[in-house]
Design a protein around this ligand. Structure first.
Ligand code: SIN
Length: 511
């Protein structure tokens, strides 16, 4: 096995990981990505923008208030305050690093409005290509820094542990199968979400819950992992992931139709602009009646191609013209509010382990994330993690790593395992999806045992099984409905609801 040393290893090359990397200019940082650097993960495909209180009529307090309302009573207000207060400074740094956001004719930053935001505060780049621009700028900044080593196309299987401390990571290169150990006294999980464990998702192939599985294996406490956000409007095609039809379309007047009739006004006073979980379940209910649901965005008309170039291209690929055609839609797993439990500096309970971005649970999003807060969270808390590491780990400190043999194994799902992965994704969708209950989730856990019993080998499928079990067990334990977690057997809020810390004990052998 190839062994190298670093001061800090960051798993993940999206906004959170790169924000952390750029905050450590005087350390030897290794960034490990399972796709080619700058290519995989959720950041480059994020259509929605970055919410930030920088407008003249706005304030961090107003942004925080909207975030807390969306969080449905479970947000950690200290972290929400940090997010909204530190956001503007981090956006200015991002602009200095080269990110170009859309501007008005006068050259001022242009702020868009989205549902549940009381002010125009959403920055976009090239209309609906914000994530691609942010990733481009961050990747360029990282490449300018010779102290940051990129280890790409490498799949992390596990952390290296020494005397209860994190001491590095072990991974396998996808193409060659070569094994690598990166030894370091600090590891940052920034490896994104879990959407891919669901049959329908807007998330890329990389988002399979690696971070949950890796952290759980070394005893990290997880929190609120039952809260999964389903985006109401993905374009219902045979593509996987399903192309996202950004919420901004509904902000521009697009409406939802089933049987030629709008159904959202009957369900919520804000109709199509109601909270995401309400809209997504409204669509799900129509689908349960075997009705196809469509987004009618024709009122946007000739402005469509310029205002929403990414969505327009997806529609064209599907043979649809959103200026004249109605768009078939489905809800899809989109964002994970819960994750690895961290404090306001991104620290987990395991010495040497930090987490930021979607994999982490800062408590910022509570039970339901406010649209366009996720890129900001990655940026702000990635920077906070780097500050904390700078303060707490002396430069050049070296862990003593135990000599452990790592067995060769496939990284991505093999053709033989594909039916198992599909069964897992179908089960999560049907049994632990938009509407769940004790019976469906108990069934799901049995299915995951049956899949485990087939002893899958790929790192990816093993991570998926762990992530699926973790979310299902946590969802079974939360006996109420709130935000993204809706139980048909407990449809009401529990007035005494709290955060649920969760320690995974596994169920059957680790694969
Ligand atoms: C969207 O544009 O609808 C997605 C953005 C987000 O999830 O924050």
């Amino acid at each position: 096995m190839h062994k190298i040393e670093a001061d800090v290893v960051i798993i993940g090359g999206g906004i959170a990981g790169l924000s952390a990397a750029l905050g450590l200019p005087d350390r030897r940082v290794a960034v490990v990505t399972k796709a080619s650097f700058g290519k995989g993960g959720s950041t480059p495909i994020a259509q929605g923008g970055i919410a930030c209180a920088m407008g003249k009529d706005d304030s961090p307090e107003l942004h925080a208030a909207d975030t807390l309302v969306a969080g449905d009573g479970l947000s950690v207000s200290e972290c929400v305050t940090l997010l909204t207060k530190e956001g503007p400074e981090q956006i200015r740094r991002l602009i200095e690093a080269g990110a170009n956001f859309d501007r008005t004719e006068d050259g001022e930053l242009s702020f868009g409005r989205e549902a549940a935001h009381c002010r125009r505060r959403i920055l976009h780049a090239n209309g609906d290509s914000t994530g691609a621009e942010v990733e481009r700028a961050l990747v360029a900044a990282v490449r300018r820094n010779a102290a940051i080593q990129i280890i790409e196309d490498c799949y992390v299987a596990d952390l290296v542990m020494a005397d209860g401390q994190v001491a590095g990571v072990r991974g396998i290169f996808n193409a060659t199968g070569e094994r690598i150990e990166v030894q370091a006294p600090a590891v940052v999980l920034a490896c994104g979400g879990i959407g891919r464990i669901y049959r329908y998702t807007t998330n890329p192939v990389e988002s399979v819950g690696d971070g949950l599985a890796i952290a759980a294996r070394c005893g990290a406490v997880l929190s609120d992992v039952e809260f999964v956000q389903f985006h109401p409007t993905a374009l219902n095609t045979s593509l996987d992931p399903l192309p996202l039809l950004t919420e901004a379309l509904r902000g521009e007047g697009a409406v939802l139709l089933a049987n030629g009739r709008r159904f959202m006004p009957d369900l919520h006073k804000d109709a199509e602009l109601a909270p995401r979980d309400v809209v997504a379940r409204g669509i799900w209910a129509q689908q349960q009646k075997r009705l196809d649901v469509f987004l009618d965005a024709r009122t946007i008309g000739e402005r469509f191609p310029q205002k929403f170039p990414t969505v327009f291209a997806f529609c064209q690929q599907a043979g649809l013209d959103p200026r004249t055609d109605m768009l078939p839609i489905s809800p899809a797993a989109h964002y994970h509010m819960g994750g690895v439990s961290v404090d306001a500096n991104g620290r987990t309970n395991v010495p040497g382990l930090w987490a930021c971005g979607e994999v982490s649970a800062t408590g910022v999003h509570g039970a339901n994330r406010l649209a366009s807060n996720s890129l900001l969270e990655g940026l702000v808390f990635g920077a906070r993690v780097s500050l904390d590491i700078s303060r707490s780990i002396a430069p050049g400190s070296r862990p003593v790593c135990p000599d452990v043999e790592m067995k060769p194994r496939p990284t991505f799902i093999t053709p033989d395992e594909a039916p198992l992965a599909q069964r897992l994704r179908d089960t999560m969708w049907n049994d632990v999806g938009l509407v769940r209950n004790a019976q469906s989730m108990t069934h799901a856990l049995q299915v995951f045992d049956e899949i485990s019993a087939q002893t899958p080998q790929s790192i990816m499928l093993c991570h998926m099984i762990d992530a699926a079990r973790i979310i299902t067990q946590a969802a079974l334990a939360r006996k109420e409905s709130r935000g993204g977690h809706y139980r048909s057997d407990y449809p009401e809020h529990d007035p005494h609801s709290q955060h649920h810390p969760f320690v995974y004990t596994g169920n059957g052998p680790w694969c």
